[in-house]
Design a protein around this ligand. Structure first.
Ligand code: TXA
Ligand code: MG
Length: 311
């Protein structure tokens, strides 16, 4: 499907699989409440989880959200890119997008096809990750077709996602706090802002989300096979899949290595596709090891801990 056809479908209220640099999104016209409701139905997602609104150009964001001095600086530095800012929303954004919150999550994705699509549609696009609710996020067009092919008018194929984990969700004011670690590291934010950037624990996340939002659920990003975190030696039973960071596990069941050179960016880009592969290999359970917790490691570990139901 080409950009013009996809844009026409979006204007008609239909859903499109949209590539971004983080993961594929399930996009709808953010100004059309009926279209946005189709997202929740397609995902099997509870409607009390707020969606991220995507714009084609950084400046357009102020049409849907109110700026603050810190938000303007962050937008200028990190957009287009994997940073979502949670800001006071403007009235044009329907309640279904924000689950009734008076804030809206906004970002300008760093992917040429995503930006071309938003531009051609002429509307901001609401898009959660294009997976069924609670499942692994898609990082290729084929992943989207697999889980949501029947729900979309089409999928724009932008190749495998470069970043591989979702955007960092940041509440910039009154003091910057990361609500979800992601593609922009805490270190990059701290360096740029020249001030401390907190990472929300469970309780702080709860303060900024509707009570039962999936962002608050312990089990999220989960494969079909139950996943646990490695403690001690690798299991070697044939029906246990293993996901390692840099050193290959010993002989045993299927295993994959996120990055043989120990590169966290490579590990992030491989994370979801490797979890899917292990899941599809038919193993009974999956064991994954945590990665170093600096840089992108914070986001990788967040996804692994949640996939293990321990968020
Ligand atoms: O990288 C990404 O962010 C991908 C691509 C498609 O852009 N999108 C994505 O959307 O991950 P989703 O719906 O899977 O995750 C959105 C999360 C919510 O679960 C919530 O944690 C947070 O963003 N969020 C959105 N709006 C918010 C708001 N107004 N207040 C607090 N958190 C919000
Ligand atoms: Mg998601």
């Amino acid at each position: 499907m080409d950009v013009e056809t996809a844009a026409a479908a979006l204007r008609a209220g239909l859903l499109i699989g949209m590539p971004t640099e983080t993961v594929y999104g399930l996009a709808a016209n953010a100004l059309d409440a009926q279209a946005v409701l189709r997202i929740f139905a397609a995902k099997g997602r509870p409607s009390f989880d707020p969606l991220i609104v995507h714009v084609a150009d950084p400046d357009q964001v102020w049409e849907v959200a109110e700026p603050s001095p810190r938000a303007r600086r962050l937008a200028e530095r990190f957009w287009p890119g994997p940073l979502t800012l949670v800001l006071p929303r403007r009235a044009c954004i329907p309640d279904v997008v924000t689950s009734g919150l008076d804030t809206v999550g906004v970002r300008c994705p760093d992917h040429p096809l995503a930006r071309a699509l938003i531009r051609a549609t002429g509307r901001p696009l609401a898009a959660p990750s294009a997976n069924r609710f609670g499942r692994i996020s898609p990082t290729t067009a084929a992943h989207v077709v697999e889980q949501l092919g029947a729900a979309v008018a089409g999928v724009l194929d932008g190749g495998p996602c470069r970043v591989g984990v979702e955007s960092t969700v940041l509440l910039p004011d009154p003091a910057p706090i990361i609500l979800r670690p992601g593609g922009i590291t805490r270190e990059a934010l701290t360096d740029f802002l020249g001030e401390a950037v907190a990472v929300a624990g469970r309780e702080q996340r709860a303060d900024h989300l509707p009570a039962q939002a999936p962002g608050m659920l312990a089990s999220h990003y989960a494969p079909r096979a139950p996943l646990s975190l490695r403690e001690g030696a690798w299991p070697t039973a044939a029906d246990v899949g293993r996901l390692a960071f840099r050193d290959p596990p010993p002989r045993g069941g299927p295993s994959l290595v996120l990055s043989p050179t120990g590169d966290l960016a490579e590990a992030a880009a491989n994370l979801f596709a490797m979890l899917r592969w292990l899941d599809a290999s038919g193993v009974a359970t999956i064991v994954a090891e945590l990665v170093p917790a600096d840089g992108l490691g914070l986001a990788i570990n967040d996804r692994l801990v949640r996939a293990a139901g321990r968020g």
